[in-house]
Design a protein around this ligand. Structure first.
Ligand code: NAD
Length: 506
């Protein structure tokens, strides 16, 4: 590396024109997992700042909701143009703050661009239905209106794309956004905001102040957003632990809530599977991003007739995988986010071994200074699904189990919380269709012959199964950012009621 990470960070943030000081004495420390060194120290927002941001966003809402949808789409189109220009710098910030490889960092920014492009088209398609009414001389239709301020809380492992999945839709739907990024990745958020401000400057005066704001801070800042009845929709991405706190708080004030939470994702490899294809998909899905994707494959059920073919090949892939500094090497596996993540990985492996599991890999790998935490991905052969296998450990651990009966394996597959994404490897049409049917995978994402990770923005993303199916990004996810009104218009001139029509008043 030619320059140290702090200098690289300051130089990259400078390219965004971020004016907030990055060296605030006693501020919130931002640590890069690549080397474990502090790269910035930021001032955090207070409760009063949060209140002021919410007030400003509500003023912005009153103006923005009146701007026609396609014009709102124009702002998002300009934002996508600015993102294209800043792709490399933003991708680098993702690598510095989250420890992702350059291609993953760039891939995350590409997802932002993709959802913006999607949202631009959507801005002309916020359709309501015209509905057949039982009343003569009447017309009934539904209209979709902007909802209000959208509060977005995001996780460290995707420092920018999930914000954009929400923000691009919210903005075309007529809603201002307030973003509370992870306390581990606030710099990427400030950079995104700077890129957005460039789009606003090109757009014109009909974009009100406070259309998009960032609040820097920890869970307390997120909680203030969550508890405010002036925030119409909370979209929170993170652990199920966080979701269990946020969900009831929003429900208690009758707010709307989108929860994108953890994933204990599984794959099933059936006797007819193309094993080369399965091997590649499993290795990438389980080890990529050092197991720190919500869609990482964490459990694998292999039919006993092919277990001795597939699992030794997988063990070889695990033994030979490269672990290294993502900014300096082509390594597939980069760092864990911090010491706590490494400790929870070790705890899970110890527990699995105590339950009869055979652990391959999982040890710490020395890459750079001692302050960085890199680990060899772990493959654990388990006698059955129990203990840590049933929960998400946010680290590269793949639990492998044998199965013999298809119906039984479907039950095991679904017998965990956190079922976000799933896949089956088979060339048997019946197995495939059953897996995708009502009695198949209970997850918001169910794939055939591809791994669990790597969702496209065109479909509704995720929706951890405990909280109910896919929601954010594509498909008709936009409806969550709007409110529906059903309108009935009586154009009759004292027409007699149709026979048999009864009005129930009350
Ligand atoms: P986390 O739950 O610790 O934190 C996520 C965000 O929630 C942070 O911004 C944090 O400050 C905030 N937060 C925490 N407690 C809060 C509270 N009480 N009130 C309001 N805000 C609060 O998660 P993490 O460690 O940053 O991220 C990893 C987790 O996120 C994993 O479980 C992963 O599966 C999940 N994740 C899910 C998706 C998805 O789309 N389903 C995407 C990425 C990550």
């Amino acid at each position: 590396m030619t320059e140290d990470l702090s200098t690289l960070t300051a130089r990259t943030m400078d390219a965004f024109g971020v004016t907030a000081p990055l060296d605030v004495a006693g501020g919130m420390t931002v640590v890069s997992p690549v080397t474990g060194e502090a790269v910035a120290s930021l001032a955090t927002h207070s409760a009063a700042d949060t209140e002021a941001a919410i007030a400003l966003a509500n003023i912005a809402f009153r103006a923005w909701r009146l701007v026609p949808g396609p014009r709102r789409g124009e702002l998002v189109r300009l934002f996508a143009e600015e993102l294209r220009k800043s792709k490399e710098d933003l991708g680098r910030m993702v690598s510095i703050e989250a420890g992702k490889s350059p291609s993953e960092g760039l891939g995350e920014v590409q997802e932002m661009i993709d959802i913006c492009d999607f949202a631009v088209g959507l801005s002309r398609q916020l359709y309501g239905l015209t509905i057949a009414t039982e009343r003569p001389g009447h017309r009934m239709m539904e209209t979709w209106h902007p909802l209000g301020v959208v509060g977005i809380v995001t996780a460290f492992n995707f420092p920018c794309a999930p914000w954009c999945w929400n923000a691009a839709l919210a903005l075309v739907c007529g809603d201002p956004v307030i973003w509370k990024p992870s306390e581990k990745t606030p710099l990427t958020a400030l950079a995104c905001q700077a890129v957005f401000d460039r789009a606003v400057a090109r757009f014109g005066a009909d974009a009100p102040d406070g259309l998009s704001q960032v609040l820097v801070g920890g869970p307390d800042v997120g909680a203030a957003l969550v508890e405010s009845d002036k925030v119409a929709l909370i979209s929170a991405t993170g652990s199920t632990r966080m979701g269990r706190i946020v969900g009831p708080k929003v429900a208690a004030r009758f707010g709307k809530c989108i929860l994108e939470l953890g994933g204990n994702n599984a794959g099933i490899v059936c006797p007819s599977a193309d094993l080369d294809m399965a091997l590649r998909a499993i290795a990438f899905g389980a080890m990529g991003t050092a197991g720190q994707r919500c869609t990482t494959m964490r459990r694998l059920f292999v039919h006993d007739s092919i277990y001795d073919q597939l699992v030794p090949a997988l063990k070889n892939a695990y033994a030979s995988v490269s672990v290294g500094n993502p900014l300096e090497s082509q390594a597939l596996v980069g760092p864990l986010i911090d010491a706590a993540a490494f400790a929870s990985m070790q705890d899970a492996l110890t527990e699995a071994a105590g339950l009869g599991g055979t652990v391959h890999g999982g040890e710490r790998v020395s890459v750079g200074p001692d302050t960085a935490f890199y680990a060899k991905p772990a493959l654990v052969e388990m006698p059955k699904q129990c203990g840590p296998v049933k929960r998400e450990t946010f680290a590269p651990i793949l639990y492998v189990m044998k199965y013999s009966d298809f119906d039984e394996v479907l039950e095991l597959h679904n017998d965990v919380g956190g079922g976000l994404s799933s896949s089956i490897f088979t060339t048997d049409l019946r197995e495939m269709e059953v897996f995708l049917s009502a009695r198949g995978s209970g997850c918001g994402i169910a794939n055939v012959n591809i791994g669990t990770s790597g969702a496209e923005i065109g479909g509704a993303f995720g929706g951890e199964k405990e909280t109910g199916g896919g929601r954010e990004s594509g498909s008709d996810a936009w409806r969550a950012y709007m409110r529906r009104a059903t309108n009935t218009i009586n154009y009759s001139k004292n027409l007699p009621l149709a026979q048999g029509v009864v009005f129930d008043i009350g």
